[in-house]
Design a protein around this ligand. Structure first.
Ligand code: ZN
Length: 258
């Protein structure tokens, strides 16, 4: 038996209607198309977020469907590096609002925005605040915040932070798409320590300041990619998948209780 399809784009309209009727939660992967140091592919963020959504939805067996991913994010600070595509904050907010409105129109009462790019985080929380109502619940989470223990254990050299093209993201890319990683491009130690607490990805987001590569890292790498392994990446992704599954189950329980 082939596994049940969970990807919105692969389903037919009747299957979407049935999923909404059954109380399925719609998952929206968001991320970026942006430079990830000399060694990782441009789709590192959206690839991780989409994978977490797809794996969680498959485990939930019909309780969630995965929308086509939003592959562009707010990344103006990486525009000095080839390949980065950035959209304005208002563009991302408007796009997500329109997607949420469309999904709600088709009868879904619960959505989770699953983000893979730190620069989108605050905006997507605003999108969730804007869209949520008594009949539509929208949650927003960056996938690494679903797996804090795994991140601490498997990116300890970076203080348990996701960083940028550092230990965690390089491990995840080695797990998910090793053929697109160029480990020979990692210099002996091109990474820089995450300035805490001022850095964008500091634990707990005590302060948010967009990355400033011109001042802090000429390679635009935050963290230490040399410690990365595929096994570490798998452990982080597995924990995020489990965390998202739990979040969807809790959201569905609230919706049913209503
Ligand atoms: Zn990234």
């Amino acid at each position: 038996m082939t596994p049940r399809s969970v990807y919105w784009g692969s389903l037919r309209r009747g299957e979407i209607a049935a999923a909404a009727e059954a109380g399925a939660v719609a998952l929206l992967p968001t991320g970026a198309t942006e430079q990830h140091g000399p060694h990782l592919p441009l789709d590192t963020d959206i690839n991780a977020a989409t994978t977490v959504c797809m794996r969680a939805a498959q485990l939930l067996d019909g309780a969630a469907v995965v929308l086509p991913p939003v592959s562009w994010g707010v990344s103006p600070y990486w525009m000095g590096f080839s390949g980065t595509i950035t959209v304005r904050p208002e563009t991302l907010l408007a796009l997500v609002a329109d997607i949420v409105t469309s999904v709600a129109k088709h009868g879904f009462g619960g959505m989770v925005i699953v983000n893979g790019h730190g620069g989108n985080d605050g905006l997507l929380q605003a999108a969730a605040a804007q869209a949520s109502s008594q009949t539509l619940r929208v949650a927003s989470v960056s996938y690494w915040n679903l797996a804090p223990d795994a991140l601490q254990a498997n990116a300890s050299g970076d203080g348990g932070n996701i960083g940028h093209a550092g230990e965690a993201e390089t491990s995840i890319a080695l797990h998910l798409q090793p053929h697109h990683v160029d480990v020979t491009a990692i210099e002996p130690d091109p990474g820089v320590d995450l300035p805490v607490p001022r850095q964008a990805f500091a634990e707990g987001h005590r302060v948010y300041e967009p990355p400033w590569p011109e001042r802090h890292s000429p390679q635009a790498v935050f963290g230490h990619p040399r410690a990365a392994t595929s096994t570490r990446g798998q452990l982080i992704i597995d924990a995020a998948v489990a965390g998202l599954g739990q979040l969807v189950r809790e959201l569905r329980a609230d919706l049913v209780a209503g």
